[in-house]
Design a protein. Structure first.
Length: 319
């Protein structure tokens, strides 16, 4: 069974080689590697072309810049594999990454499989924070349970990488273009198109946290995540009411993280985010499944916005 590996590429000339090398080193041989150059203005596109000349499994698509969602959609449209996995161009994977994900899907008759991810930081001297657990576990969920787990973010998150998808689960679904936080917008929809999802805590994917990444610098476009979080709650209310509590927790999490990064002069934005926090904090406090960090954040919110943000930012620096 062919696996299509989609690698979105944009201005990552210092990172893309490590990513491509890790994919070319896979023990699973039936691969199609689709590198989508999203109008990079550095040497990223040429680096991809050089690899395509050396390995016939590689396909490079050059396109005008349209954003990460656009690059992913183009990769999906040009894929021919029965399975799909997406690897961000500044990340890398273990040699057994694809093989293990395929094995999980086939053995457990799942349409989506998920592997553990480890965050890796560029900042010198900064400790790694990791999703890796103390013991390796394998768990299988139905689609409702899988969505709930993704919203609580204890074992895995909504991010597209680190997962293998039967191509059929993408039927009728594409990433929202010219928007950010596209994974948050689509994860629950993909899982709802699957009957069974399998998760393994083995760490096979390394997720680079770059200081200059759009996800680590406040940009008003990141407020798209608030819209997606609200959509998820509405989806859960309609399709899976038992997961609504988890969706409210995720909605709180999105607003809280954004308000910590918002510019202090953006009063209207901060007001909107603070209202989101106030609407959802009681749900967080009553929910026994939420992470301790969300509980602490919810408690701090009762002391007022200024105090809450000051304490939270100081705690975040020490983590």
């Amino acid at each position: 069974m062919k696996v299509s590996v989609i690698i979105p590429v944009y201005n990552i000339e210092n990172y893309i080689k490590k990513c491509i090398e890790s994919v070319l080193s896979q023990t699973y041989e039936d691969l199609e590697i689709i590198m989508v150059d999203d109008g990079a203005n550095d040497s990223s596109g040429k680096i991809c072309d050089d690899y395509a000349l050396k390995d016939k499994r590689c396909l490079v698509i050059h396109k005008q810049n349209g954003g990460l969602s656009s690059a992913k959609n183009v990769g999906l449209a040009n894929s021919s594999g029965e399975y799909i996995t997406i690897v961000d161009g500044d990340d890398w994977v273990e040699p057994w990454y694809v093989s293990r994900l395929v094995e999980l899907c086939e053995h457990y008759n799942s349409q989506i499989s998920i592997i553990g991810m480890q965050r890796v930081y560029e900042t010198p001297g900064k400790n790694f924070r990791t999703h890796k657990m103390n013991t390796s576990i394998v768990e299988t969920y139905d689609w409702k349970e899988a969505i709930e787990e993704s919203l609580y973010q204890k074992k895995y998150t909504c991010c597209t990488p680190g997962k293998l998808y039967k191509k059929t689960v993408f039927k009728g679904i594409s990433f929202p273009e010219k928007k950010l936080s596209e994974d948050l917008a689509t994860c629950h929809l993909l899982m709802a198109n699957a009957q069974k999802i399998t998760f393994s805590s083995e760490v096979g994917y390394y997720y680079l946290q770059r200081e200059n990444s759009i996800m680590h610098i406040f940009d008003k476009r990141r407020l798209d995540a608030v819209e997606w979080a609200r959509d998820i709650q509405q989806f859960c209310e309609y399709r899976c009411p038992e997961v609504v509590s988890a969706s409210k927790c995720r909605r709180f999490n999105v607003a809280f993280n954004l308000i910590l990064e918002a510019n202090k002069d953006d009063k209207e934005i901060k007001k909107m985010l603070w209202n989101e926090i106030k609407r959802t904090r009681f749900s967080v406090l009553k929910n026994k499944k939420v992470r301790k960090k969300e509980k602490i954040a919810a408690i701090l919110s009762f002391f007022g916005e200024s105090f809450c943000c000051l304490i939270s930012k100081n705690l975040k620096k020490k983590m």
